[in-house]
Design a protein around this ligand. Structure first.
Ligand SMILES: [Zn+2]
Length: 120
């Protein structure tokens, strides 16, 4: 895999800053929606109660996902600052520019990420 260039790191740095901001804004805006819904059985039908619960579960799941990405994006920014960005945290090989461009917050190369997902 190819080493990442300084210009590419700079572009990914900007992308990461934007991602952090975006994720933070999304998490802020869905905070209330993720709270347990009050299910008023006298005014809500059974179907809309189920809808509300399902919708809340979906919001919760995406918030968990966004929280992980936010943490990874912040860690990636710290690695850029420490001049350690671009190498897999597991095997130390370059993560590869294609993968970093698609997901600049990735801490692992494709191979290590694949292994991590299989053992989960
Ligand atoms: Zn790796």
């Amino acid at each position: 895999m190819d080493e990442i260039s300084a210009a590419q790191i700079e572009a990914l740095h900007a992308q990461l800053l934007e991602l952090v901001e975006q994720l933070q804004a999304t998490l802020d805006s869905t905070r209330d929606a993720a709270r347990p819904v009050e299910l008023d059985q006298t005014t809500m039908g059974r179907v809309s109660r189920i809808d509300a619960i399902q919708q809340q579960k979906m919001i919760e799941a995406s918030r968990r996902n966004q929280t992980v990405r936010l943490r990874q994006a912040r860690a990636a920014l710290a690695r850029i600052a420490d001049d350690e960005y671009g190498d897999c945290l597991k095997c130390d090989e370059p993560i590869g520019t294609a993968r970093l461009t698609a997901r600049p917050e990735s801490p692992f190369c494709v191979a290590c990420q694949g292994r991590a997902e299989k053992t989960r």
